[in-house]
Ligand binder design. Structure first.
Ligand SMILES: *[C@@H]1O[C@H](CO)[C@@H](O)[C@H](O)[C@H]1NC(C)=O
Ligand SMILES: *[C@@H]1O[C@H](CO)[C@@H](O)[C@H](O)[C@H]1NC(C)=O
Ligand SMILES: *[C@@H]1O[C@H](CO)[C@@H](O)[C@H](O)[C@H]1NC(C)=O
Length: 281
């Protein structure tokens, strides 16, 4: 091969490397939905859909134990009442750990609810819910989880909305030893999702579709035989990242203006006393 033949080969290799930065074919499997979930555009776009028969879902090929995990979602537009788009990390099983984003649809023009939760060893009951400061159906927005041994932080477009700190020193369990898969699904939950189940899914609007792009995980991946981090973990800044004072101010802004439910203030629900982590933050 002479030099002029080699140049196009180099160009091609570089392009492949760039594109593989986010390839749903490489990172995820469609796990259910009988053709309702699709990977499109050479792996750059994934869509889930829901019709009267069923919803659909996908799962990561890898398991992760800590990471900064970003996904861009564009939610079901128009009348999405009754639909739920769940995007979460879970270790699965009875004593599972889990970090949840769930998007509860609404009538056209009425706000989606972003529902969040954290499970440790099978126990959740840590719901916080938010309205968003934009219409999540118009464009893609980035929803991220930062998960390291000190903290779990939920972000929307890099704005922190919620933190669950490691308070093991206070006797509160923290997810740190069970690797998790990433899951997402779109399904019908009109028995509870929209205004507590008052508004039902309008099947004349089906199929309902949510879209995903630009997945990125700076993370440690885990298999039963090995575990590795995407780069030298002692240099990975996300491993040691915590909320600085700007982050603290942002989270307070979100919680003051957009939080609509916080288990930590729900004294009716916990008559024996609020969960212990609530008095620590
Ligand atoms: C839907 O809109 C209603 C009316 O604005 C609001 O009360 C509710 O929180 C919204 N979201 C959901 C998921 O019900
Ligand atoms: C894709 O995600 C990366 C990192 O998560 C971000 O820097 C980049 O701007 C995103 N690209 C687009 C087109 O949004
Ligand atoms: C990771 O980075 C640290 C700090 O720069 C260095 O001391 C260590 O040898 C590196 N480890 C590997 C496996 O490259």
């Amino acid at each position: 091969m002479n030099i002029s033949q080699m140049i196009p080969v180099f160009v091609l290799i570089n392009v492949l490397v760039l594109v593989s930065a986010s390839d749903f074919n490489q990172d995820f499997d469609i796990t259910w939905g009988d053709g309702r979930a699709k990977i499109l555009n050479n792996g750059q776009l994934l869509t889930l859909s829901l019709d009267k028969t069923s919803g659909s879902g996908f799962q990561s090929k890898k398991q992760y134990l800590f990471g900064k995990i970003d996904m861009q979602l564009k939610l079901v537009p128009g009348n999405s009442a009754g639909t739920v788009t769940a995007y979460y990390l879970s270790s699965v099983g009875n004593a599972h750990d889990e970090i949840d984003f769930e998007f509860l649809g609404n009538l056209s023009g009425d706000p989606y609810i972003l529902h969040t939760n954290v499970f440790t060893q099978g126990k959740g009951n840590r719901e916080q819910q938010f309205y968003l400061w934009f219409d999540p159906t118009k464009d893609f927005h980035t929803y991220s989880v930062l998960w390291n041994p000190q903290t779990i932080i939920f972000y929307v477009d890099e704005t922190p909305i919620r933190e669950f700190k490691n308070l093991e020193s206070k006797g509160i369990l923290f997810p740190k030893s069970q690797p998790m898969w990433i899951y997402s699904s779109l399904w019908n939950a009109d028995d509870w999702a929209t205004r507590g189940g008052l508004v039902k899914t309008d099947w004349s609007q089906a199929p309902f579709t949510a879209s995903y792009q630009n997945f990125s995980a700076q993370a440690c991946t885990w298999t039963s035989s090995s575990s590795s981090c995407s780069s030298n973990s002692s240099q990975n800044s996300w491993m040691r990242q915590s909320l600085d004072s700007t982050g603290q101010a942002r989270i307070q802004w979100v919680q003051k203006n957009y939080m609509i439910y916080n288990y930590c203030t729900d004294t009716k629900r916990f008559p024996q006393g609020l969960p212990p982590e609530c008095s620590q933050s």
